[in-house]
Design a binder for this molecule. Sequence first.
Ligand code: HEM
Ligand code: FPP
Length: 301
Amino acid sequence: MEGHDGDAALQDWIALLKPRVISLVVFTGLAGMAVAPKWPSVPVGLVIIACICVGAGAAGAINMWYDRDIDAIMKRTRVRPVPGGRVEPISALVYAVVLSVASVILLWLATNLLAAGILAFSIFFYGVIYTMWLKRSTPQNIVIGGAAGAFPPMIGWAATMGSLDVLPVVMFAIVFLWTPPHFWSLSLYACKDYESAGIPMLPVVKGARHTRWQIVIYTFILGAVSLVPSMVGQCGWFYTVCASLLDLGFIYYGLRVLFDKQDEKGNSLTKDKPARHAFRYSLAYLFFLFCGLLIDRVLLA
Ligand code: HEM
Ligand SMILES: CC(C)=CCC/C(C)=C/CC/C(C)=C/COP(=O)(O)OP(=O)(O)O
């Protein structure tokens, strides 16, 4: 049956914002805000978080509007509100654009142009550059596109300080380098879906074995960069210990992906169990790394 918006429940409008994904995005924005030397008042702090939340969600809705053709093909995404026929494409687009504009203007009014500008740029980067261009054209899509998801710590910091500094830029670099092992772990076990939808994700184009190596390489690079805050005197022993342990964990999970039992093409013979574990670990890694930074800079300072 042809759907119309009357069929959409509140949960569909919420689902368009990719709430589970943005929960971690928003946490990184909160961390960026809280590790800055100056804190906003509680109401302004809440507005900053709300704007990052709505802006990131709106970018997700632009992605779901544009990707409705491929989302309808992939098992994981075919029940989403637009391909599921519960929200009209045009309604999803209007909703996404209104929320994008509203979040940027509100952040500008409540804080400053720098924070609002970075928010606007990240929405544009995820909704347009990644979704409409990179995702369908290059296996490096998520490496470059991952920048969008890495901006929130800079937004949080800039919103309170009105400027940027070394730490928010290093936090950007951490999320940026974390994204490839995060996504490529998932892409190993979602490879068939991406292949059937014609998306040139790394394992589809270069194969599973190459992707396994890339995951391990990025966990090492991420490990080095995650220790930069300690090296440049931006935090103390607590963060250094947390980061080192979390890094060892990520390298361990990456190596398990590399040495998974596989056929001659590198395809898993274990239903990609190690890749599933590495994906789940990636979420815990980023959450606890930024918790460590927060505790170090806020509670132990
Ligand atoms: C280009 C960058 C990224 C890509 C391609 C990507 C891709 C994905 C995909 C395909 C999923 C499966 C979720 C679903 O079924 O809807 C996922 C889950 C998730 N991603 Fe990412 N991700 C990216 C960046 C990020 C960033 C920057 C964050 C947060 C800082 C993040 C946090 C999460 C979380 C929390 C989940 C789990 C959601 C759940 O439990 O359902 N991702 N990611
Ligand atoms: C502040 C701001 C605008 C932040 C944007 C942050 C953001 C939501 C980043 C996450 C990127 C993401 C979920 C990609 C999913 O890939 P996909 O869209 O290819 O995955 P899919 O196949 O699940 O749709």
